[in-house]
Write a protein that binds this ligand. Sequence first.
Ligand SMILES: Cc1cc2nc3c(=O)[nH]c(=O)nc-3n(C[C@H](O)[C@H](O)[C@H](O)COP(=O)(O)OP(=O)(O)OC[C@H]3O[C@@H](n4cnc5c(N)ncnc54)[C@H](O)[C@@H]3O)c2cc1C
Length: 413
Amino acid sequence: MQTISNEARAVQDAVEQFFAERILPNHHLWLEQSGIHEEPEIESQLRHEARELGLWNLALPRLADDEPGTRLTNYEFTGVAEILGRLPWASRVFNSHAPDTPNMELLQLFGTPMQKTTFLKPLLEGDCGSCFSMTEPEVASSDPNNLQTRIERDGDDYVINGRKWFSSNGSLEKTRFSILVGVSDPEAPKSQRQSLIIVPLDTPGVHVERDVPVFGSVHKTNVHTQFQFTNVRVPADNLIGEEGAGFAIGQARLGPARLHHCMRAIGECEVLISLMIQRAQSRETFGNRVDTYSSTKEAIARSRIELDQARLMVKHVARLLDTVGNKDARKEISMIKVSTFLAYQNIADRAIQLFGAAGITSDSPAAAALVRARGLRIADGPDEVHLQTIYRLESQEQDLTNLHYYLGPEILG
Ligand SMILES: Cc1cc2nc3c(=O)[nH]c(=O)nc-3n(C[C@H](O)[C@H](O)[C@H](O)COP(=O)(O)OP(=O)(O)OC[C@H]3O[C@@H](n4cnc5c(N)ncnc54)[C@H](O)[C@@H]3O)c2cc1C
């Protein structure tokens, strides 16, 4: 197993200590305040403390010299991300959360100097938030060719018309802009029809229709927003990259985004396994401790197997991102996207079962974990689409010559 640098080890140790001393003991306070505020006071305070300690922008390997952050590689971030994953709000304390981190990475890679000054810098500083608007309620958006929102050039501006939903964090007060995907040329070849453009959310014509309830409720700190964009006029300078390059740029954003979600899920699953063991050891039914039942042991053992498999694969993919890059790791990214969240879902489901009725309440983290895991099997592309990608790339890579030596006459014909 690859080792990490001394600097990265020091960051990981510092995050571990900060989590143990400042974040975890304040979790109940955060829960209380999160019912009232979008950014609970305790979270703001801890963000300030983390920034002072230099524990900031932990998930961005390519920071410029004058940009704040730790410059961990993707591989080095895996261990840190696991710590952040133990609580769903911990990433935000270190300015290392979605969708801001992938948006920052996108602006680092493709933003113009103006876009970096106006939009990237405040995100890096943690002074504002952002969202990403691709999915549309009217069309099956796992196929980007279906998108209908129009981005049309008009003089020095682009004019945007369309509807989006599931723009995570879209309606939060802190969220100042969206990176929007839309059709700039419906006649162009499929892969060149779309563009990405930055839309400041205070532009006339941007209307929040609602925050979509997820599994029956809206969480103040983590909303999924539905927008109507009507004749929204933004300067042509807000276009990211070339006109028609939206598809390629969007793909570049999604690689690290998927990887980070996987890393955090692993951290959360570790907590669930510990809680399962503790619960099973502390309760009795029919005269036996629950952990003496083979079904309990198997549930926990299977969870451990699935989690360690997921971790090894995620670390492998992180290393690929650091070496060959996002594009050449497409198959492996799809593989962890499918396998990690399935393991996450299974483990959350087993935790619910072991906790009994308490498992579906908010007195244990299992129910919320299951909701997140279920959503992640759809977010950033549903399982089926990733499985198709894996098959397509796998079948292209295969060498099918000489297979006849393995086969008998009935098959060879
Ligand atoms: C928690 C969460 C957060 C999200 N955050 C964002 C965000 O910030 N910004 C944003 O733009 N979007 C976001 N999304 C939306 C997400 O990216 C889309 O939901 C996803 O891409 C699927 O699109 P869709 O919902 O339109 O499903 P559809 O495209 O309608 O697909 C529905 C189902 O059809 C089946 N299907 C589709 N294609 C295939 C295929 N090729 N083979 C077999 N079956 C298939 C699958 O079962 C799939 O689940 C988020 C979603 C969730 C759940």
